[in-house]
Design a protein around this ligand. Structure first.
Ligand code: MN3
Length: 207
């Protein structure tokens, strides 16, 4: 079973003015597509691995053969990170976090402003390309803000990504150029808290 590029759940221009249409189009149709294509290419000679979905593949990354492991980390991680990214954004979204994740953020960080500060600091101090994440730390049984380089998926550590800001330059350069901080500030206007709540509920349930 080949992995496939998911359709965006909204139009390229739906997240304007915070994320511009051209960035959304190139990001999804070229960058994400390349991760999917290169993942499929890496898995081509491995029929046994082709039956796993992307989550299982990344959770069990240590069992992937040496020869293709880094390709799966890069491209499988890239595929899954972006699949989540499109879903946790939405038009007419943003605002204060709602529901169970709102309560958990308050408990863990004090308030939404402090949470945003932490996520922003992680985004700004990620040298080069990577992601600022909110994860469910499975072993600790709590949410946590972390950063990870490149396309390294939190799934590889046994954790579950709940929210992530892509801080690769391809995610913001056309509109924000080198101003990563401005992009991060604007990004909160497109967060789909309903989807983050769904991911949080699944993570807590061990799904
Ligand atoms: Mn990206």
């Amino acid at each position: 079973m080949a992995h496939s590029l998911p359709a965006l759940p909204y139009a390229f221009n739906a997240l304007e003015p915070h994320v511009d249409a051209l960035t959304m189009e190139i990001h999804s149709q070229r960058h994400h597509k390349a991760y999917v294509d290169n993942l499929n290419k890496a898995l081509e000679p491995h029929a046994d691995l082709q039956k796993h979905d992307i989550v299982a593949l990344l959770r069990n990354i240590k069992t992937v053969p040496d020869a293709i492991r880094q390709a799966v980390i890069n491209n499988g991680g890239g595929h899954h990170n972006h699949a989540i990214f499109w879903e946790i954004m939405a038009p007419s979204a943003g605002g204060e976090p709602t529901g169970a994740i709102g309560d958990a953020i308050k408990a863990a960080f004090g308030d939404f402003a402090k949470f945003k500060d932490t996520v922003k600091q992680n985004a700004l101090t990620q040298f080069g390309s990577g992601w600022s994440w909110l994860i469910w730390n499975t072993a600790a049984g709590k949410i946590e803000a972390i950063k990870k380089p490149n396309q390294d998926s939190p799934l590889m550590d046994g954790n579950v990504p709940l929210l992530g800001i892509d801080v690769w330059e391809h995610a913001y350069y056309l509109k924000y150029q080198n101003k990563r901080a401005d992009y991060v500030d604007a990004w909160w206007n497109v967060v789909n808290w309903n989807k983050v709540n769904e991911l949080f509920a699944n993570a807590k349930a061990g799904k």
